[in-house]
Ligand binder design. Structure first.
Ligand SMILES: [Zn+2]
Length: 268
């Protein structure tokens, strides 16, 4: 029986949590999620409209309890990066056998990476590409490549999005959207693969059959990007000897420093 710690219970995270929570190999789930359920979440989520105003973490715990009364669930309503909650989050991570990351910003992913490496825990990450054209499923094991190793080899753009939210009250005004929302079908497709990779990693430290750190899964054919839908690409990333996040002497836990290192790595 395994204990799983997950951060994030948004539309993708909740789908992963639901799938993993139904698996009899898992008997304890520790969940960290700060957000309150809002009316605009309803059409992409599992909970009814009357649940608006309650913490997503508590709603998720209730959802799991209804389906698996034998499952132990602890829900923490907290921001992963909140220093005031670091002690409690650290204690949760220390008890887990495996971690699941379902957040959508690189700052939180880097912090999760640091926590997982600090406690030598394997973990998984699912990422849906803008527009839902595909996604990544990553598996990380102790001593293997870290999130920054992988992100820099993907040459991903990793920066904090400080752009203001779009102003819908001013028609005709320029609207800068950070990304095109993915369809819920795309989100659930990647969430299902994320759950499967987590179970594979749980059964075997190397993730039997998942013989690479990262899988790129195109969900749509997009000219110039993906020739075909569902033509999965294995990306066997190695640990970078000079990784600015995980090589000896680096990534000592200073989140902002690690984040700046990742930005420099991505831009080099
Ligand atoms: Zn690294």
């Amino acid at each position: 029986m395994a204990c799983l710690v997950q951060v994030g219970a948004g539309s993708g995270g909740m789908a992963v949590l639901d799938l993993l929570g139904r698996d009899s190999r898992i008997d304890t789930i520790l969940l960290i999620e700060p957000d309150i359920y809002k009316p605009h979440n309803v059409h992409r989520h599992y909970f009814p409209a009357e649940s608006c105003g309650r913490p997503k973490a508590d709603l998720a715990a209730g959802w799991l309890a209804e389906r698996r009364p034998d499952l132990r669930v602890e829900a923490l309503v907290a921001d992963l990066c909140d220093p005031a909650r670091a002690g409690r989050i650290d204690e949760m991570v220390s008890r887990a056998d495996i971690g699941v990351c379902a957040v959508d910003n690189d700052r939180a992913k880097l912090h999760w990476d640091w926590l997982m490496r600090r406690h030598s825990k394997p973990w998984t990450l699912g990422e849906v590409l803008a527009g839902g054209i595909g996604g990544f499923v990553h598996m990380f094991v102790p001593g293997g490549p870290c999130f920054a190793c992988v992100a820099s080899q993907l040459q991903r753009e990793t920066k904090v999005d400080d752009s203001p939210p779009p102003d819908y009250s001013a028609p005709g005004h320029a609207i800068s959207e950070a990304s095109i929302p993915a369809s819920i079908s795309s989100v659930h497709a990647i969430a299902s693969l994320h759950a499967l990779s987590t179970l594979a990693l749980l059964g075997d430290e190397d993730g039997r059959g998942w013989d690479s750190t990262t899988r790129l899964v195109p969900l749509r054919a997009v000219p110039g990007i993906f020739n075909r839908a569902l033509e999965t690409v294995n990306l066997p990333f190695a640990r970078l000897a000079d990784c600015l996040n995980c090589s000896p002497g680096k990534g000592g836990g200073d989140l902002l420093e690690a984040f700046e290192c990742l930005n420099r790595a991505a831009g080099s």
